[in-house]
Design a protein around this ligand. Structure first.
Ligand code: PLP
Length: 429
């Protein structure tokens, strides 16, 4: 198929994320990708600043991951997980239990991040029911969050930036504390927790769990908040018998500079959600881990089982690739790579601070953010990046990158230079 025919058919028939079917933004056709480069069908190459939404931490077509996938495809590509098990699932569970914060011992494998959030929320509800507290079925979260696009996940996304207005009639009503104002590297102001503390104190008898993204609020605003906030949330959850669900779907596997963002605060949640980089971006897989206490309570209540079981649960291809990706990560000097990216992002993006159209510039781990004062025109900005050989996809007021950890200093400098130039040109054309 020639490129134009492909793009035409795409435009006529394919939904893309958050797009119109009658007036879609342009898309670029990809032929292949390797390392940090995406190759377009027209022959152009783009250095990827997005890691395909946090996931491709080792770069594209990594030979170790490709080999794992191919070998497993010839052995056992899928088998139902009801009544059967296999080495890729068991090995993945072992790796996850070992590497995640202390106390997370029981593993539920599912298909995608949003499903993992649903699974975690169902666990919290079943836990409270099994504990004889049926009334506890609401969730408390913080403003500015993003947890996915399925219904209960939407219900805890930011109430303004999320989809609440549209689906108001069908969404469960969650409680929202003010978003943390103290930034990651600022000094702690104890008043920052007041709104959260008030809500949990007033409503704990109807709350089953708190769900939040630890330290890094991703798609809801790309903000990095103070570890003390998270420690206080943990303590308040314990005081009021409310579970803490950490959504580490974006932050897991080293992205924020620690293996998991919870490690910045030295806390363990009762339930953790993992996804995105779990398979190194090779395919979709997510995991929910919980404590023995949560698992045993659910299993001791009625009906004595956890009520979830997707068709492709623990898919062996995805599990084996996840094992290979985790080993690649743990055997690499990822900490050094991520902290080097952090300092290069800080340096490279610093010139944006001088620009009048820029509100703020920040970096944490392998995440760099330029927050604009006004929303960007995505179509134009996207084209300006592609013209510079770079793949960066801004949204709203945010121009941000989270490159694969293997990006060289040279490539990263091409990315940050492009951001400075494109942001500087914004609003001038
Ligand atoms: C991406 C994301 C999700 C949703 O994951 P999907 O795989 O897109 O369903 C949930 N929570 C956070 C924090 C995310 O970044």
């Amino acid at each position: 198929m020639n490129i134009q025919a492909l793009l035409n058919y795409d435009r006529e028939h394919l939904w893309h994320p958050y797009t119109s079917m009658t007036d879609p933004l342009p898309v670029y056709a990809v032929e292949s990708a390797s390392g940090v480069r995406i190759r377009l069908m027209d022959g152009r190459e783009l250095i990827d600043g997005m890691a395909s939404w946090w996931s491709v931490i080792h770069g594209y077509s990594h030979p170790v991951l490709v080999k794992a996938l191919c070998e497993q495809a010839g052995r056992l590509s899928h088998v139902m997980f009801g009544g059967l098990t296999h080495e890729p699932a068991v090995e993945l569970a072992r790796l996850l239990v070992e590497m995640t914060p202390d106390g997370l011992e029981k593993v539920f494998l599912c298909d995608s991040g949003s499903v993992a959030v649903e699974v975690a929320m169902k666990m919290a509800i079943q836990y409270q029911i099994a504990s004889g507290r049926q009334k506890r079925c609401r969730f408390l979260t913080i403003r500015g969050g993003y947890h996915g696009d399925t219904f209960h996940a939407m219900a805890v996304c930011d109430p303004v930036g999320g989809m609440h207005h549209l689906f108001a009639g069908v969404l469960p009503r969650s409680l929202f504390a003010d978003r943390p104002e103290c930034q990651f590297s600022q000094s702690w102001d104890h008043r920052d927790i007041d709104s959260f503390a008030r809500l949990i104190e007033q409503h704990h008898q109807e709350l089953c769990a708190v769900i939040l993204e630890p330290i890094v609020q991703g798609a809801g605003g790309m903000r990095f908040y103070h570890p003390q906030y998270l420690r206080q949330v943990r303590a308040l959850c314990d005081t009021y018998g409310v579970l803490l669900i950490a959504d580490e779907i974006a932050t897991g596997f080293g992205r924020s500079g620690k293996l998991f963002a919870c490690n910045h605060a030295g806390i363990s949640p009762d339930i953790i959600c993992l996804g995105k980089a779990l398979t190194g971006g090779m395919m979709s897989l997510a995991a929910v881990l919980c404590t023995d206490r949560v698992a045993e309570t659910i299993s001791s209540g009625s009906p004595g089982v956890f009520m979830h079981g997707p068709t492709f649960m623990a898919n062996p291809l995805a599990c084996l690739v996840a094992c290979a990706s985790i080993r690649l990560l743990l055997e690499s000097d990822w900490q050094q790579k991520v902290s080097r990216i952090e300092s290069l992002l800080k340096q490279g993006l610093a010139p944006c601070r001088e620009l009048p159209q820029v509100e703020a510039v920040r970096a944490l781990g392998a995440i760099g953010v330029v927050e604009m004062k006004a929303p960007v025109v995505m179509k134009e900005m996207q084209a300006a990046f592609v013209a510079r050989g770079v793949w960066v996809r801004p949204f709203g007021r945010l121009v941000y990158v989270m490159p694969p950890y293997c990006m060289t200093e040279e490539d990263l400098s091409i990315v940050t230079t492009a951001i400075v130039e494109v942001v500087a040109g914004e609003g001038r054309s």
